[in-house]
Design a protein around this ligand. Structure first.
Ligand code: GLA
Length: 708
């Protein structure tokens, strides 16, 4: 007999069917605290049209080809004799329920498989987390190439927002009308990737930041992934997500269990912004998330300042200037280890380069810490250059197919962390560095895709990903005070699972404020500002050659976890004073930026982009208004804010950041000339306030405070 159970989050409810056939989410949407799940399920019961099989196969959590589900099956696999490829499951024991967690159990005695699905929706959250574990209950191996979970979507959801991207253009939004058929997003790069991130939003037609029903999804996994959003010919819609497994990648021994990554989903009836805030709240509630008690340290990173050209006296002077401008952390990027003079050599040889640092790193670390700054170090542990002692001694430790010519990426190969000796070597080297030096921060990089990643004769991306997690876990357990940043050629590894082990994501290698404004907006769909590495680079961007004044660069970096990535030794005294002022202001507003609710505004006008934070009690807000291009109209539209308390009075004024060039047209708006304007939240949201005329590629900060 089919039974139904109901779970309730803060503002959403989920109805799950179980008992007969595979368990399904039959409803997921706005809270229905007073309704009986049996009645909801009865109301949604579907008739049979002509010319179909006689029992409609449900969009189960693990949909079944064997039951006649013609969309994407949740399990793909078989045994050597060809059996087990179309299993059909029934409940094997009643669900277990505890504190917002439901465990559902199923088996197929014919295929000799069983699975457990966990659904987690605590009453104080609004993110539904789900994952599946599959066990081979037979006595032969079961070769598995898919274990994915599916969640149904209601029919009013007919527009998709997902993201493409590339190096220096992460989280590029793509809006699609959801016609019949499937949108499939497959990532085979061995990292969460720049171009196929496992993130998708599905919403009602025309949904925007503050309107429309929106469902958001993310697969928490740092390896390969596959997302499918399908609209079936019978009208049903679903989202399916799981790890992308290569042929032969997983073979379950008799009795063996595999656990798939967590799939996260959030629903809101009030637009995309609300869904993002739900994801942010979820991350913020997780153990290990940076808290306001230990403010995010402003850092100076040496990469765009000196690249591989490390010279102790210069680096010491750079640290002096970093301290002068108020930085709290000094991160020594690539170039410090054995023979690392360019990107051709050295990866794998994780000891200090004796030519650049004859007395080791201690003199620099002592100098930096003596200035009161924390010392941070760049590493790329999952990689090896063919020109390295490590490779010369252990060519068998690479994650590749030795039968073929090796494919290089940035002159490097992937080191097979699932190889116990390679793992032990890397652990020992990193542990040694963290033990012997006063290191508070690690920038953990990963700069190439997997190509023919072979471990133990099989595809090895999954094994590598699990070994990476294990390595991070072991290191952070042994060195709990070290903060790790996830970097992968910029933002190529941004996902919820890597965030179990790291506390910051390097958003993009692009420090061009214009590009960054859009990249950061995309990044903020999932991640809150305190996790978003945002650096002020030099006037001329190193990745685009665009020139921007400090006012614009500073305004865009201001709203994340601020850093400086610029050789301040070449900056003028005025510029250093301006950077110092920017850092001072950032520190002042850091509790608001890193603790408030993130809000993106919609704009009718493509020339502007506005996003900001509103304090949780809604008494204060900070918005960056960026003029990104020239516009058709000579006077910009009023800025209509969002997410304010309609009944509260706010004083709105401009927060002057240093280094702004350009003027405000012939006259300023009257309210600006007066210094401020006082309006209700309602008026600020419905009427808005007139911004001044701004040059393209410049920005202003609006500061709203409660007015008496
Ligand atoms: C990657 C990172 C950069 C920098 C370089 C160093 O590209 O994304 O920030 O650390 O590597 O080689």
């Amino acid at each position: 007999m089919t039974e139904f159970l109901m779970m309730h989050g803060l503002t959403c409810s989920v109805v799950v069917s179980h008992g007969e056939g595979p368990p399904c989410v039959v409803y997921w949407g706005p809270s229905l605290p007073d309704d009986d799940p049996n009645e909801i399920a009865a109301a949604l019961g579907r008739p049979l049209p002509h010319a179909t099989i006689d029992v409609e196969a449900p969009v189960a959590l693990i949909p079944e080809l064997g039951s006649g589900f013609f969309g994407s099956p949740g399990i793909k696999g078989s045994r050597a004799d060809g059996s087990g490829w179309a299993p059909r499951f029934t409940e094997s024991k009643p669900p277990e329920l505890e504190d917002g967690l439901v465990r559902l159990f199923c088996e197929d005695e014919v295929a000799a498989l069983s699975y457990m699905v966990e659904l987690w929706l605590p009453s104080d959250r609004d993110v539904l987390a789900a994952r599946a574990s599959l066990t081979n209950a037979g006595n032969t191996d079961y070769s598995l190439s898919r274990l994915s979970l599916s969640l149904p979507l209601p029919t009013q959801v007919d527009e998709i927002l997902d993201f493409s991207g590339r190096w220096c253009d992460e989280f590029h939004p793509r809006r699609t009308e959801w016609e019949a058929g499937a949108i499939i997003n497959e990532n085979r790069r061995g990292r969460s990737s720049h171009d196929h991130v496992a993130v998708l939003f599905a919403g009602s037609s025309g949904f925007d930041e503050n309107h429309g029903e929106v469902y958001g999804f993310h697969l928490g996994w740092s390896g390969n992934s596959r997302l499918v959003a399908e609209r079936l010919s019978d009208g049903r819609r679903y989202l399916q997500a799981g790890e992308l497994l290569f042929a032969g990648e997983v073979s379950l021994d008799p009795g063996e269990t595999i656990t798939a990554p967590w799939l996260y989903g959030a629903y809101a009836a009030t637009g995309l912004g609300s869904v993002s805030r739900r994801f942010h709240d979820y991350l913020r509630a997780r153990e290990g998330h940076p808290t306001l008690d230990s403010p995010r340290k402003v850092l100076l990173n040496t990469w765009e300042a000196v690249y591989f050209d490390h010279d102790l006296p210069t680096l010491k002077r750079l640290a002096d200037v970093a301290a002068e401008v108020g930085a709290e952390r000094f991160v020594l990027d690539d170039g410090w280890f054995h023979r690392r003079d360019n990107d051709n050599a050295g990866l794998g040889d994780w000891w200090v380069d004796a030519t650049k640092y004859p007395d080791g790193l201690e003199p620099l670390v002592d100098h930096v810490t003596g200035l009161g700054l924390e010392f941070g170090l760049w590493v790329e542990p999952e990689m090896v250059n063919p020109d390295s002692d490590l490779y010369r001694n252990h060519p068998e430790w690479v994650l590749a197919d030795p039968a073929y010519e090796l494919v290089l990426g940035r002159n490097q190969l992937v080191l097979n962390l699932a190889h116990p000796d390679a793992y032990a070597y890397i652990f020992e080297k990193l542990d040694g560095l963290l033990t012997s030096l006063d290191i508070g921060y690690v920038k953990w990089d990963m700069n190439r895709d997997h190509v023919q990643p072979v471990h133990d004769g099989r595809p090895g991306t999954r094994a590598q990903t699990l070994a990476l997690y294990r390595l991070l876990e072991e290191l952070t357990t042994k060195h709990p005070d070290v903060e790790i940043e996830s970097c992968s050629s910029g933002g190529g590894r941004a996902d919820f699972e890597i965030l179990r082990h790291t506390r910051r994501i390097w958003t993009s290698d692009c420090n061009d404020a214009l590009e960054r404004q859009r990249i950061q907006r995309g990044f903020s769909m999932l991640f809150p500002p305190e996790l978003m590495g945002a650096h002020v680079g030099p006037h001329v961007s190193h990745t685009t050659r665009r020139t921007h004044d400090l006012g614009f660069r500073g305004a865009i970096a201001f709203m994340g976890h601020l850093g400086i990535e610029w050789n301040l030794l070449t900056a003028t005294d005025d510029e250093r004073a301006q950077v110092a002022e920017l850092v001072r202001l950032h520190k002042k507003f850091r509790p608001l930026i890193h603790g408030g609710d993130m809000v993106r505004l919609d704009s009718h006008d493509e020339a502007t982009m506005t996003q900001g934070v509103v304090s949780r009690d809604k008494v204060e807000a900070l918005f960056v208004y960026a003029r990104v291009t020239t516009a058709r109209s000579s006077v910009p539209d009023p800025v209509q804010f969002a997410y304010l308390d309609p009944d509260r009075k706010y004083r709105a004024q401009i927060l002057a950041l240093p280094g702004r060039s350009g003027d405000f047209g012939r006259t300023q708006p009257a309210w600006m000339a007066n210094g401020s304007v006082v309006l209700s939240g309602r008026a600020l949201m419905k009427v808005g306030i007139q911004p001044p005329v701004l040059d393209p590629e410049s920005a202003l900060l609006f500061h709203l405070t409660e007015a008496e």
